[in-house]
Design a protein around this ligand. Sequence first.
Ligand SMILES: *Cc1c(COP(=O)(O)O)cnc(C)c1O
Length: 353
Amino acid sequence: MALTTTQARELLNKLPKTDLGFFPTPLHKLEKLSEQLDIELYIKRDDFTGSNLFGGNKTRKLEYLIGKAKAEGCDHVFTYGAVQSNHAMQTIWAASKNGIKPVVYLAAIVPIDENDIKANLLLDRIFDAEIHIIDPLEGESFMDTENRSFKMGEEHIKRLEAEGHKCMNIPIGGADETGSLGYVDGITELFEQADALDVEFDYFYHATGSGGTMAGMMAGRNLLGRKTVIRSISAMEIGRSYAKHAASLSNGALELMGIPSGEPLVKAEDFEPDDNYYAPGYEMPNEATTKAIKLLAKTEGILVDPVYSGKAFSALLDHVKTGKIEKGSKVVFVHTGGATVFFAEKEILGEVF
Ligand SMILES: *Cc1c(COP(=O)(O)O)cnc(C)c1O
């Protein structure tokens, strides 16, 4: 199957959606780094999605998620994440802006100081959410704490629904079929821009976490019958079923668009999740990432964050060095946001200066 970008847009336009940002986000060339690295390097500025300085990739997903919540008449949305979650922060303003009450359950990976609230958690309070901080119990892994927070949210929803409220439960990262539509839309936009420039890109690089961005991009790429290789760099440990789960999100998103679900358009083998760059762990800085952040800042004046986009950018640099990106390749780095981390706890930020 190969739809034109216009045909893909027509299908997307039929779905409930709310405007949250400023699109298209810019696609521009990084002239100095292109010369230094001997490739043609472009950047897609999804750090500029809006609707304030602190957008990012979740804003695209939320256009469809909050659009659906509105269409279904929800008065509350629930979501989850780490205390400094970009997704939770964007969900909060997106919901508030649409007259829906946001409730978040945040797992405290890094302990917080109540007298010194920073970064996303500070923004969460300004945007006025109901915030529940879940501290890990003794001996509990981060995953266990998160799973416990999901259960607490679900019970809370049951209580509200018993009182007659209508709630939408948005999974961590906004990574469900509806959220993934945001990146079918995002990659369609990227191909529209590439076509206007008359450039056929060899690679798209981006950071992956919950997998919704990756799922949406792959769905869009296959739907449009394009050949660009998508390299997804993991910001955390990924389980064995990661690609399989992403493929189910991709195909689910396509089904929402009305694409017949006979022969699935996306297969687990389509994905190339690369987990060689996140060590020592999620929200834990490493030296190659710190160097990558500084290089991009110094040469192009652009900031990538230490948790996601910086790790993905460090992978791109390493792939140039090892030849996994061949000389002369045309590459887009998809900047997914995360700027608030520069104002978060030192444990997360690392030694950037
Ligand atoms: C959430 C996030 C990602 C990962 O996107 P997923 O859709 O969760 O895989 C990448 N970069 C930043 C800055 C993010 O906040």
